[in-house]
Design a protein around this ligand. Structure first.
Ligand code: MG
Length: 204
């Protein structure tokens, strides 16, 4: 399986990092070694002093496809989970300044905890109005709603599939709302979609 991710998909988060609003989705990938399941702990890496959480909705691909038209995109994902796009902000900042790739800042081991439980698409009343939140030590730090996305799920699927064949079991991180911030050893992070807690793990 592959992990694709969209950067800069929520306007307020673009502002907080002083980034430019993109004309097309900003795409990056994480290797499968980034994945953490079963609420296993995240180990703070030695190469960074500024690892940030980014709470995100994650689409699960259920059908292989490429060059998918936006109007058919809904057939290619069947469920939504919660993921954290851990980012070594100090390494990313250096890479951004030099125009270099983000891979080590975004794709390092354990940088993608994803909930075991996914909620089926047909259980949502409206995909363009899904609330989700990330808490640290029980305090809500990020609250998002899919109505605030610059690029919709269907647009993301269509755009990504121009470049990459999507396969069953792939995940797509769909971008983080405002409120990102640093984690430290001992923090407990949890992620919820509507009022259901799907993910909870410790930073060690
Ligand atoms: Mg992100």
């Amino acid at each position: 399986m592959r992990i694709f991710a969209v950067g800069r998909n929520y306007a307020e988060h673009i502002k907080e990092l002083s980034n430019e609003k993109p004309d097309e989705p900003v795409i990056f990938t994480k290797p499968d070694t980034a994945l953490i399941r079963n609420n296993a702990p995240f180990y703070y890496p030695s190469f960074s002093k500024d690892v940030h959480y980014e709470g995100e909705l994650v689409l699960r691909i259920c059908k292989e496809g490429k060059n998918i038209e936006e109007r058919f995109a809904g057939k290619y994902y069947d469920a939504i989970g919660f993921g954290v796009d851990f980012t070594a902000r100090d390494l990313q900042q250096k890479a951004k300044e030099k125009g270099l790739p983000w891979d080590i800042a975004k794709g390092f081991n354990g940088s993608a905890p994803v909930s075991d439980k996914f909620i089926l698409i047909n259980e949502f009343k409206d995909l363009k109005n899904i609330n989700f939140s990330l808490s640290v030590n029980g305090e809500i730090k990020q609250q998002g709603n899919t109505s605030l996305m610059l690029f919709s799920f269907d647009y993301i699927i269509s755009y990504l599939s121009k470049f990459f064949t999507l396969r069953t079991g792939d995940y797509i991180f769909t971008g983080t709302p405002k409120g990102v911030g640093p984690v430290k050893v001992g923090d407990v992070l949890s992620g919820s979609i509507e009022h259901e807690k799907l993910l909870e793990f410790e930073v060690r």
